[in-house]
Design a protein around this ligand. Structure first.
Ligand SMILES: Nc1nc2c(ncn2[C@@H]2O[C@H](COP(=O)(O)OP(=O)(O)O)[C@@H](O)[C@H]2O)c(=O)[nH]1
Ligand SMILES: [Mg+2]
Length: 192
């Protein structure tokens, strides 16, 4: 698969409002600031496609993109932003449930974690949720440029352990070096 075209379709608070038109979907999940928007731009080789931000917690909406006129890419709102009020967290949960519930168009979720940090409670809950619902997922460890090659296994091991996968199941990704794009494209191809 190659991404020949990518365009922004819509932002919405609730997935229920979206007419999926029967197109298959891939979704991006991860905590705020992990690099979801940046990854979407890198994947699509389109810098301004998804709005990136230095301030965590800005994207609270579900953003939809259309790839190659035949695939929807869904940027889910980031979770786990500490300063978000309880009410806001509940709203987030509702939105997530609304998206995942009986979503037959969803082929795979790309879950992002930051390669520098052990997964958060929410990260672990997310993979647990995906497993419990038989939703296939691909794990990507973002910002690999921020650690040395020598330190890589030391970082991947605790992530793999916490999320109950093998270290080699995790795709290291860097928006700076372009690392991971080919591997992620190949992984996605298996599901779409
Ligand atoms: N060094 C580095 N910075 C990154 C990478 N991916 C994202 N960032 C930065 O991390 C911040 C948050 O990225 P963003 O894509 O907006 O995160 P989102 O909230 O998950 O959508 C921005 O300042 C990005 O430039 C990466 O692979 N390497
Ligand atoms: Mg974002």
């Amino acid at each position: 698969m190659d991404i020949k075209s990518a365009k922004f379709i819509t932002s919405m608070a609730n997935y229920g409002n979206f007419a999926g038109k029967g197109l298959p979907q891939i979704a991006m999940a991860g905590r705020s600031n992990v690099g979801k928007s940046t990854l979407i731009n890198g994947l699509c080789r389109s810098k301004g496609l998804a709005k990136t931000s230095g301030t965590p917690g800005k994207t609270r909406l579900i953003n939809v993109f259309l790839l190659n006129d035949n695939l929807h890419l869904i940027d889910l709102p980031g979770y786990g932003y500490a300063k978000v009020a309880k009410q806001e967290k509940e709203k987030w949960s509702e939105r997530m449930a609304g998206f995942f519930d009986k979503n037959e168009l969803l082929r795979v979720v790309v879950q992002l974690v930051d390669i520098r940090h052990a997964p958060s409670v929410e990260d672990v809950q997310m993979t647990g949720f995906l497993r419990a619902h038989d939703i296939p997922f691909i794990l990507v460890a973002t910002k690999s440029d921020k650690i040395s090659k020598a330190a890589r296994q030391r970082h991947l091991h605790p992530i793999a352990l916490a999320l109950a996968v093998q270290p080699f199941d995790i795709i290291p990704w860097s928006s700076e070096t372009g690392e991971g794009r080919e591997a992620l494209m190949a992984a996605l191809e298996e599901f779409i």
